[in-house]
Write a protein that binds this ligand. Sequence first.
Ligand code: NDP
Length: 302
Amino acid sequence: MRAWIQERLGGPLALRDVPEPAPGPGEVLVQVEAVGLNSADHLMRLGGYLTRVHPPFTPGMELVGRVEGKRYAALLPHGALAEKVALPREHLLPVPESLSPEEAAAYPVSFLTAYLALRQAQARPGEWVLVQAAAGALGTAAVQVAREMGLRVVAAASSASKLALPQALGADEVASYEALPEKVRALGGVDLVLEVRGKAVEESLGFLKPQGRLVYIGAAEGEVAPIPPLRLMRKNLAVLGFWLAPLLRERGLVEDALAFLLPRLGRELRPVVGKVVPFLEAETAFQALLDRGHTGKVVVRL
Ligand code: NDP
């Protein structure tokens, strides 16, 4: 079978013929149909992710595929960009029938993160949440999940054209990054921020009402601004860090999230697929992540 291999950190991907994986005890063999790409995959290829993986390895942590004829999604530490993958049966996630394979590959990371991050921040119905980078994969999921939780949403993105998407998904207010301070001031501040930009973190703290909470999820801008403790004291603010990977081991949390998400996926919640790239052009898919031109999720299709 064929798999994309990262042979050295920072280098290109190589398509190689490799032996088909043999499932061990408790494992299943997945015939991969589509892979959702994440910036974590890109960082892993550079050696800059939270966990360092030594080459050679196959990138990709989110897939949809068939096991014994039935379609499942799955999350794995890496290894998804291959025709077949062996993984523990307990890693399989259900896929609502109304989702296409591409949509199904776009749901696990973004929707679990959106739900669990809002849960971690103890989001309450009626509160205002600011979703940064709201036209991205996580942003489009977060806008929808927040609305379903009864929150009111301000969606921010870098351009007016990108803002049409969160608006269509039900955001109550939208603003470009430049217009955001005025928009938030007019609302009297926000209760929560889902922060994924990085450099914007100090500005985001300024948007919070007293006792507001900021969830630090990512740094799409590539740079992380420091968080000044005095700023937190003055308004009794809380900053929470969020990383999905270790939470996946907490079955109760994942089951709670799936109980919320699965009945709504394909109905009130729809993963946004911004770009589909054929398997043989996987490197193009990574380039799309960096170009910042797409909205929603980049999916590699087998
Ligand atoms: P996407 O690639 O879909 O979106 C990223 C968004 O970030 C873009 O839409 C873009 O929106 C914005 N952005 C700002 N600066 C840049 C830049 N220099 N290059 C590219 N995009 C930029 O990613 P996701 O939505 O999947 O993820 C968003 C962030 O959240 C990432 O940093 C990711 O690593 C992180 N994440 C963290 C998780 C965790 O467990 N902690 C789980 C999932 C995601 P715009 O042009 O409007 O600014």
